[in-house]
Design a protein around this ligand. Sequence first.
Ligand code: ADP
Ligand code: GLC
Length: 480
Amino acid sequence: MRTLYVSTEVFPALKTGGLADVNAALPSALAALGVDMRLLLPAFPAFSKAATGLQPVAQLAAPMLAAPLRVLRGALEGVPVYLIEAGGLFERDGNPYVDAAGRDWPDNALRFALLGWVAARFADGAIDAWRPDIVHAHDWHAGLAPAYLAARGGDRPGSVFTVHNLGFHGEFAAETFSQLALPPHFFAMHGLEFYGKVNFMKAGLHYADRITTVSPTYAREILQPEFGFGMDGLLRSRAAVLSGILNGVDGAYWNPQTDPHIAAHFNGADLAGKHACNAALRRECGLTASAGPLFGVVSRLTAQKGLDLLLDTLPGLVAAGGQLVVLGSGDAALEQRWQACAASHPGAVSVRIGYDEAFAHRIMAGSDVVLVPSRFEPCGLTQLYALAYGSLPLVRRVGGLADTVTDATAAARASASATGFVFDEASATALGDALKRVFMLWREPKDWARLIAAAMREDFGWAASARRYLALYRELRPQA
Ligand code: ADP
Ligand code: GLC
């Protein structure tokens, strides 16, 4: 089975969110099952620097470019990789999608069309004489790959499109369609046109042979208007080829027994190291010594993550004796609200705006509770990291959060299956009620310890999910 894995972020070279973590782990997990997995990425400087053994393997004339582009082959963290070099389109430092001021690069349509176009050229055997059986494209950035394959027709690879976040569409003015070198009839309702615009997400959803998303619950939710971002009708029409496959945790990297970033190591049988991490985190963040629970947040600060609900509930959390550490970045207005909140709760609330990998690990290890009150959450990884570190997740019952955290109801506690706290309604009241349950359980140390033990017993490794992707590839290409 040969699979070309088309995306834009891979941890640690380049990361803006959980997509990068998935792309760092899933290809290796599939390779371990015998798949000939190769990544296709734009030659962002971070990838060109991190890749080893890069050699040019093809020069291609793309219809949308004046000069030929180059494809280089090498390896990224041990996985074979192809990088696309296209005369400065990708060779820009920083964020892959936006400029230093946070504005979308004006040529994004062309940049990411090219990613999809090159993916489809592999079907011709024109690149490295390697013809994939499957082209697996991720999120809108790679959404045109299935469209170019469909346009090519003939004996072509099967296409799988994975939705990591339906909230980002890759939408461009109608005029950009003429740059894409796709058949004119593709710009239609039954195509990649969406309310008069070109929509890369819709292209992936419409043209892929199979659609997956990153949890079973999110796969159901996106069929409803509430979670569908306007795509729910199309998704309902394609429900027969849509499935949800849960993300996993890279257990070699997120492991409290070996994590190089944390104050002390620990495991489910011996939590002394966790207590040391907790004390170290409170010290590092300038929090006063306290017998109350320490809450942690590691998150993009956007409406998706529901952290405005937490801001509204915070006085109650602090009054009950809780403390909070927040690490995040994103919307300027939310960043400001969080900073103001820290200023008004000195010694109890600590906020760091920015991106800090090592600090994220210290929060996961040192927190008693990790908060993820998302409005929607395709999968979510931080609640999985929290479980692995015995930090009980408090989450909203949506998407992958609903699939991975077992609420501490009386029944779940009795059967020792409870691993955290789950609430339903996206309101400060509902979150506040869940926090009250946290404080009640905090006063029962034996019960609390049982939850930690159950959380740390959970296994969200990649092996099972990789097997499900392989089964999907086999559905499309039984002979491979
Ligand atoms: P999303 O992809 O929607 O942002 P996920 O939970 O899937 O959400 O993944 C988020 C990833 O980004 C996790 O690895 C998390 O630790 C990391 N992360 C988010 N914000 C920060 C930050 N400010 N500093 C360091 N890591 C962060
Ligand atoms: C997206 C989603 C997140 C998911 C990640 C990786 O960024 O918001 O829920 O875990 O992709 O699939």
